[in-house]
Design a protein around this ligand. Sequence first.
Ligand code: NHR
Ligand code: GAR
Length: 192
Amino acid sequence: MKNIVILISGSGSNMAAIAQTAHKEAWQEKFGLRIAAVISNRADAQGLPLAKSLGLATDLLPHRDFASREAFDAALMARIDLHAPQLVVLAGFMRILTSGFVSRYAGRLLNIHPSLLPAFPGLHPHQRALDAGCTVAGATVHQVTVELDHGPILAQAVVPVLAHDTADTLAARVLTQEHLIYPQAIAKLLQK
Ligand code: NHR
Ligand code: GAR
């Protein structure tokens, strides 16, 4: 059995899209893939009750309980390693990870970022795309490397920027595409 661990900080809609695709496409039966756990760094993440409602195991590790990024990442690695995962999936996970964390999961750590990388890495990509006058926007699934939002690209989706878009309306349009490309990219990577 190949285990997937998903890390979240917020609403968890990408996590749910991955879980629903896994279920619909029978990943467990066909590919021996299962979502072993969903871990949040925030107690108030709406994705935690959502994961429970989907029948997934959940875990909470508040980053504020730790004195440093290194200490938080060490504890997070210990929780993740309980599941010996084939893949660690960042799905709206909002803490920058240390090089120790990234190198431990090198080649099996994925992120989705809501911009057309290499444009707009980091925070607030939607507002920055609007401010730059972009006519298209999108999302990128990439391997995580130590340099933020810079790893090898696995999948992208493009959406139009519309005349009266705000960061929120653009984010919502991008998010619908994230829900399609992230499960696809994971399946493609793990079915090999
Ligand atoms: N870690 C590494 N080493 N490399 C990447 O590419 C990473 C990563 C951790 C998270 C997701 C990322 C994104 O897709 C991600 C990619 C958080 C921040 C951030 O500045 C930036 C990028 C991403 C996630 N976080 C603040 C911090 O101090 C906290 C912000 C908050 O809590 O709201 O960690 O965009
Ligand atoms: C998604 O748009 C994801 O791409 C983005 O946050 C949203 C999370 O939504 N990720 C980042 O900005 C990473 N820094 P979700 O919790 O509903 O999946």
